[in-house]
Design a protein around this ligand. Structure first.
Ligand code: AKG
Length: 268
């Protein structure tokens, strides 16, 4: 276990910030990582992309519309996710368990202690200028198996994220909504051919981020992202957390790798 955190370093959310998260299911906190830290992480990411350091998910693997047909097709070996960020490099492990980051997560989860999942996200998202694909509207929870749906993702921008390079888009309030199965397609993406879904999608908000900003979002919030239409690779680190009042279902994919105790209760 990590040593008890120094509480003086830890940001307290304002009541307004908490209310936004409860209402919308997401919250952006600015400048949580220093330029020095971002540069160090970017260097590791670019090196791992260049050398194809496994485990990697390629654009061809996701088979989203417009993706290369196979890994051997043109653009098929474009990395989309560098998986297992926590075990990939100490810099990512330090970020995933950073005191200020987990202090915010703890407040959003309303749990003194926080687990980091190594089975979900725990990756560097790389959106390349060529061959990147858009991600349709979905909830991250769709294939996850936990006792409760109370999980939070932290999405750190290593560079600028804008609509032009495929920043995240979210549908406010959808983490609290129930959707009948027929509003989703076979892969559990929100169907865009239904009038009621189109009306909901019209409420989308872009999460434009500057380097060092973090988007916190409830794993039940519907979100999507475009392809990267710029000349520069977009890089983000995405980590997933849950409180000590939650646990993965034994035997499920969510329980495959042991979680990391990212934060202990004070004086535990
Ligand atoms: O950057 C993207 O395409 C969105 C990724 C995403 O939503 C996810 O991995 O759950």
């Amino acid at each position: 276990m990590n040593a008890p955190q120094d509480m003086s370093l830890q940001p307290a959310l304002t009541p307004a910030q908490r209310s936004v998260f409860v209402r919308d299911g997401f919250l952006v906190m600015r400048q949580l990582a220093s330029a020095e830290r971002l540069n160090a992480m970017r260097s590791v990411v670019l090196d791992h992309v260049e050398r194809h350091v496994a485990p990697i998910e390629y654009e061809a693997d996701v088979a989203y519309p417009g993706a290369p047909e196979s890994r051997s097709a043109e653009g098929g070996d474009t990395p989309r996710r560098l998986r297992q960020a926590y075990d990939r490099d100490r810099l990512f492990a330090d970020w995933a368990t950073d005191d200020r980051l987990t202090a915010i997560v703890a407040q959003l989860l309303e749990s003194d202690a926080v687990w980091l999942s190594r089975n979900h996200h725990n990756c560097v998202m790389t959106k390349s200028p060529r061959y990147s694909t858009a991600t349709a509207w979905h909830r991250d929870l769709r294939y996850w198996s936990f006792e409760t749906p109370r999980l939070i993702n932290a999405w750190l921008a290593l560079g600028d994220e804008t609509p032009a390079n495929g920043c995240m888009r979210l549908l406010p309030g959808t983490h609290r909504m129930h959707f009948n199965a027929d509003r989703m397609d076979a892969d559990k993406f929100l169907r865009e051919d239904l009038a009621e879904n189109v009306e909901l999608i019209d409420t989308a908000e872009d999460a434009a981020l500057a380097p060092g900003d973090v988007l916190f979002f409830d794993a039940g919030a519907l979100h999507a992202a475009g392809a990267n239409a710029t000349d520069e690779r977009k890089l983000s680190i995405v980590t997933t957390y849950y409180g000590f009042d939650n646990a993965p279902v034994p035997g499920s994919r969510s329980a495959q790798l042991d979680p990391i105790p990212a934060r202990m209760a004070p004086h535990a």
